[in-house]
Write a protein that binds this ligand. Sequence first.
Ligand code: ZN
Length: 308
Amino acid sequence: MTEKKNNVWESAVVTAIINQENHRKSIFDIVEEIGTNLYNKNKSKSNTDLVIPISKIVEDHGISIENTDWDDLHGRIKQIGANYKIFIKRNTNVYRYRFTLAHELSHLLIRRLAGPIPKTNKTNLSITEEEFVVNLLAGAILVPKHNILDSIDFTKIIDKQIVDNLAKQSMVSRSVILKRIGVVNRKLILLWDFINNPINKKSDRALRINGIFPLLHRKTHHYLPLFCKAKDYRFNPNIIVNSFNNHISTMEEVYIDDFGTLPKQKYIMHNIYFSKWSNRFLFNEIVNSRKDFYSMASFIDYKYAYTK
Ligand SMILES: [Zn+2]
């Protein structure tokens, strides 16, 4: 029982990984190390290409790949005898395909790292947490820390062009790049969109938080109000509304008040304006869920979101 004292994770798999390191490292550090190790193993001296050879990495782990015509599932890894096989949906979107390969590989790596764990009841939160960590690792494999540090300068304004160029060069989605920038630099990310609050049907359309990264919940002692509006009093100066209205990316010191558990103080905030999503994106297979819609992203220098 004492083992669990400092642990904020409900997932037995994530808890087992942190316990093995005697709580010396956060799950974010552990995942980053795996990504860096794989990068060092696979980098070639002559090649400046940012594309990670994910199919080769998967096969180097003794995992075979079989393309399927599934409708509802992107991928699954299965043990067949002594070997593993990834079943993956044939996909014309190569970015999506590459991410699914990295995701399924990460399931195996995370399970191996956790070692044998006692059977426990899976809760929604524990499943969410494990998928979160698997996605963290998939991102760290596809976009190694090294490539982020070489490409992103936090002393300057980060705009759509910078993010999208790195996404294209790495053959991953814009969302993967945003999260990697956040993880590597320990920035909290807020994703914004002009929407109704989906949990309150009577709410008005407004610029609201549509996604938060990393995973924050009450157990972690950090939580922020999802779907809250970019109300003027919370952010001073309100570069979020300014950025949205004027279609510009900005970087400024902002005093934040009354915003979940975020201590009220000044923060360096980067606000990246993308563009409004048009309806045609609703049918784009890249978009999986509501949180994939955003017209803006904000980085806030709040490293405590990553401490555990
Ligand atoms: Zn998964």
